[in-house]
Design a protein around this ligand. Structure first.
Ligand SMILES: [Fe+2]
Length: 153
């Protein structure tokens, strides 16, 4: 196994940490702005996503200190569109999650065949983020529509 490029790995991990922390804030913020008949299940789904982002942030932060580096206290960019439409929230979240997914893929490339445990973590996160994106894609389809939402853009 060849050595990992520690600086690059830590920098990607820190960007992931910032992205996941932004997710915590984004989903919590969205959860305050759901009104109408569907409120209760949608609020609880958004809070679950906030919790999952927090868990991912915590796991990522632990990896950073495991590698002997300092975890970032910054937070990824947050866009406040002031639009409270659920469809817009879901599209924004799909886009933000897509960016996080790219970071996890970058992490995987950096550690693949070099560090088994961190490679495993990257793969698990890619799996989790892809499943999440698939779920959001289904939520963005109209009832009865089979085609992928993302394929229509
Ligand atoms: Fe995540």
């Amino acid at each position: 196994m060849s050595e990992i490029d520690m600086d690059k790995v830590v920098s990607v991990l820190n960007r992931i940490l910032e992205a996941e922390l932004a997710g915590v804030v984004r989903y919590t913020h969205y959860s305050f702005l759901v009104f109408g008949f569907g409120r209760i299940p949608i609020v609880s789904w958004l809070r679950e996503q906030a919790n999952e982002s927090l868990l991912h942030a915590q796991q990522t932060g632990e990896w950073i200190t495991t590698l002997g580096a300092y975890p970032s206290l910054q937070i990824g960019s947050l866009l406040d569109s002031h639009k409270h439409d659920i469809g817009i929230m879901l599209r924004e979240s799909l886009e933000a999650e897509g960016q996080a997914l790219e970071l996890y893929r970058e992490l995987l490339t950096l550690v693949e065949d070099r560090m088994v445990a961190l490679e495993e973590f990257a793969r698990q996160m890619i799996h989790a983020e892809e499943m999440h994106a698939a779920e959001v894609d289904k939520m963005l389809r109209k009832p009865g529509e089979l085609a992928q939402f993302s394929a229509r853009r």
